[in-house]
Design a protein around this ligand. Structure first.
Ligand SMILES: [Zn+2]
Length: 305
């Protein structure tokens, strides 16, 4: 492939009517959902989809709303708690320049960690929280074993981790993620008999004017430009927009593409001609820097074009 093919990355040829006059350089309107079909972010939940109660519980989970371990039936961590002590020792050992050295430094770090972790529900799950996490399959580290041959397998007979085990596991491995937070919050809301989801938007985070509005939004699909006898170069880096005028023949389009006036987009005539002949955009450059033609590309994926 001669030099210049890489300039055809993100380009494709479309056959459009000769009088097709969509503005060059602007995204084809058929590719853009009309503003009217979009929903508005729910103002009640700020788009998060959770009820006020669930939002508050999430804040407690992360320590961003007042939380006390005792309120969840848990025991506050202390600098002497083994998992806290081990974590503090690791921090200090790893960064002596930052922390300094000695027993008092380790104790100070352990105190800091204990206070910090005591402020977050995520470090103080109780039995009901654990049950919800196990049911959701979120504690495989504690309920399953993993082998290369068989992957994850449940421990037999099944085990129910204690809250202490889970809380220590979380300290040791930063085990909880956002999914765990949502599982625990949801289960707590259900136990308390309060809504999990925002009642204004049903949890979608989006408000619709009415059912028809939502249905129209969901039914919307991209529409291709009309097809015809003309030849036009498009760019596909954005949603897709016309790049050249519409030409009556492939040769005219190739001439336009290889006109020095194209500047940075200029390609040699033979490259343009082959590109047009292949009929659609190459989207890959081979490891040797060669352009893979559309036909070759289709071949590599089994030809689903
Ligand atoms: Zn809402």
């Amino acid at each position: 492939m001669p030099d210049g093919g890489e300039r055809l990355m993100g380009r494709e040829i479309k056959r459009v009517p000769l009088d097709f006059d969509a503005p060059i350089g602007e995204v084809w309107t058929g590719y853009v959902m009309p503003d009217d079909l979009r929903g508005e972010q729910c103002g009640t939940c700020d788009g998060g989809g959770y009820s006020q109660a669930a939002k508050h519980l999430h804040k407690m989970w992360y320590g961003n709303a007042p939380f006390r371990p005792e309120d969840n039936g848990s025991t506050p961590l202390t600098p002497e708690t083994p998992a806290v002590r081990a974590f503090a020792e690791r921090n200090v050992t790893r960064s002596p320049d930052y922390y300094g050295q000695g027993e008092h430094v380790i104790r100070r770090e352990a105190r800091r960690l204990a206070d910090y972790w005591n402020s977050a529900w995520s470090h103080h799950v109780n039995e009901a929280d654990v049950a919800a996490l196990v049911e959701a399959g979120r504690l495989y580290d504690l309920t399953h074993t993993w082998t290369r041959e068989n992957g994850w397998q449940p421990i037999d007979p099944p085990v129910m981790p204690t809250p202490e085990q889970v809380n220590q596991w979380n300290i040791a491995s930063m085990g909880h993620d956002a999914i765990n937070a949502s599982v625990v919050v949801r289960a707590r809301c259900e136990r308390d008999g309060v809504d999990v989801l925002c009642s204004a938007c049903g949890g979608e985070g989006i408000r619709w004017r009415n059912d028809q509005h939502k249905a129209a939004h969901e039914a919307w699909e991209r529409t291709e430009p009309p097809s015809g006898d003309g030849w036009q170069l498009w760019e596909t880096v954005s949603e897709g927009s016309p790049k050249s005028p519409v030409f009556a023949t492939a040769d005219e389009l190739a001439s336009w593409m290889s006109d020095p006036e194209r500047g940075r987009d200029w390609v040699p005539g033979d490259v343009a001609a082959k590109f047009i002949a292949d009929g659609w955009a190459p989207t890959l450059v081979g490891s040797s820097g060669d352009l893979m033609s559309g036909v070759e590309f289709v071949g590599t994926r089994g030809g689903d074009a």
